[in-house]
Write a protein that binds this ligand. Structure first.
Ligand SMILES: Nc1ncnc2c1ncn2[C@@H]1O[C@H](COP(=O)(O)OP(=O)(O)O)[C@@H](O)[C@H]1O
Ligand SMILES: [Mg+2]
Length: 235
């Protein structure tokens, strides 16, 4: 299990997270919902080690990684695909993906690359292109493929479908569901609430730095306050 326990964090003077606790199990898609500015990305950054905590703990499969940096957490099985995809635009798609396996030996890296390419066959014919010449949806796939090079047991996807054409939204959410079927614990931060709840197992709603509601994805999809706030008032 990936666990954040009583996470307290913020930027400079301003507190953002006020004792957030969250648990993601292997094999599930856990949807994190909430308005812009609620603190979802901050939760993602705290779990992945990109932002320091003022309180609380992060635990990956019973190992306390609170003091570990982002790279060490990747080594322990947790990868983050951040909202800004951070691809190297001038580098090839292949180089961008391979980079995700930088801690591995050459042979382990090519084995991972083969596996990742099986997962994203669509990227096969784009490998020589520069990352910046890809569409937004293709770039997101490259960012996810790069994260998968580390063979994570837990994967955090921060708004992976933001601004993408519907065909890519479905492809990427389908991919998230498939990763969960393969045993990965996926923490999915999404604005496409209806679609993400339809592939999610459990979900939580974040409001101003607190988790205010949690339950199965099905429960949240029919919860009146979720329907009002995130599903346009219509089930
Ligand atoms: N780098 C930053 N510096 C200062 N404040 C930030 C920074 N990133 C986010 N915030 C603030 O923290 C709060 C939560 O932001 P964030 O976690 O990005 O929300 P969400 O991902 O739910 O939209 C917001 O008030 C936002 O303005
Ligand atoms: Mg965000």
């Amino acid at each position: 299990m990936l666990r954040g326990e009583g996470l307290v964090a913020g930027y400079l003077g301003a507190p953002v997270l006020l004792k957030v606790s969250i648990e993601v199990e292997r094999g599930e898609v856990f949807c994190l919902l909430g308005a812009n500015g609620a603190g979802k990305s901050t939760i993602a950054k705290c779990l992945a080690g990109a932002l320091g905590l003022r309180g609380g703990q992060v635990i990956i499969d019973d190992v306390d990684v609170t003091e570990a940096g982002p790279d060490e957490r990747v080594g322990r099985g947790l990868s983050l695909v951040p909202e800004a995809r951070h691809l190297f635009g001038r580098s090839s798609v292949r180089d961008n993906i391979i980079l995700g396996g930088w801690t591995k030996s050459r042979s382990a890296r090519s084995a991972s690359f083969e596996r990742v390419m099986d997962t994203f066959p669509h990227l096969g014919r784009l490998l020589k292109k520069r990352a910046r010449d890809l569409s937004g949806g293709e770039q997101q796939m490259v960012a996810i493929a790069r994260a998968l090079m580390a063979e994570p047991r837990y994967l955090i996807l921060d708004e992976p479908t933001l601004g993408l054409a519907p065909i890519y939204v479905d492809a990427i959410l389908g991919q998230a569901a498939e990763l969960a079927r393969q045993g990965v614990g996926v923490l999915l931060i999404e604005q496409n609430v209806r679609k993400s709840l339809s592939i999610g197992h459990r979900a939580a709603v974040v409001e101003t730095g607190r988790i205010v509601l949690t339950g199965t994805a099905r429960e949240l999809a029919s919860n009146p306050s979720v329907v009002d706030s995130y599903l346009g008032g219509v089930v």
